[in-house]
Design a protein around this ligand. Structure first.
Ligand code: GAR
Length: 192
């Protein structure tokens, strides 16, 4: 049952800064938003992003990552309790197991700082610059059992300029991440 009529219940997993979480919260507060963020879970008790949840009075759980299985067991319990329809990974730097994905049984989305299928994994900006790519970007995709390989929901690209370095590129891509993640969620929910 929907806790907020007409809105889907979303949970967000983070590991650190939480700027994508901030953008998702901001968009969820729009009157006609199709989703409501019910809870935030961090595998890192010191994640700065938890403060965004605190400020917006969103339930937050810091679950210390003693092992994958204990983190996933505890998270699953909470996700079920809140009847979460969609889980969004936003700067969540752990890989979810196939068993978690199966047991959760609802869709999971992730934001990744590259134009997938290019540059799965880490150091995406460095790799794009080293390869002298003309474009970089961000992708929102469904999470499946293979790293950064699920169906792409939304992508946006930007030009890599001669003067760009890893930091400037990271900042530019982060900006478009904040733009496309809320849009991708709305698009995904519309087709759910
Ligand atoms: C973002 O750039 C996100 O795309 C990336 O971590 C950053 C988190 O920033 N995620 C990954 O690399 C996942 N593989 P944030 O904590 O400020 O949202």
């Amino acid at each position: 049952m929907e806790k907020y009529p007409g809105k889907k219940n979303i949970a967000v997993f983070i590991s650190g800064r939480g700027s994508n979480l901030k953008s998702l919260i901001k968009n969820s507060k729009r009157k006609n938003s199709s989703y409501k963020i019910l809870l935030v879970i961090s595998n890192n008790p010191n994640a700065a992003g938890l403060n965004y949840a605190l400020k917006s009075k969103i339930k937050q759980y810091a679950i210390e990552y003693k092992s994958k299985s204990s983190f996933e067991r505890q998270s699953l319990k909470i996700l079920k309790k809140y009847k979460i329809d969609l889980l969004c990974l936003a700067g969540f730097m752990k890989i979810l197991s196939g068993s978690f994905i199966k047991k959760f049984s609802k869709p999971i989305l992730n934001i990744h700082p590259s134009l997938l299928p290019k540059y799965k994994g880490l150091n995406t900006h460095l790799r794009a610059i080293k390869n002298k790519d003309k474009f970089a970007g961000a992708s929102v995709h469904k999470v499946n059992q293979k790293l950064d390989s699920g169906k792409i929901i939304l992508q946006k690209k930007i030009k890599i300029l001669k003067k760009d370095n890893v930091i400037s590129l990271k900042n530019k891509v982060l900006k478009i991440e904040h733009e496309i993640y809320p849009k991708a969620i709305v698009k995904f929910l519309t087709n759910l």
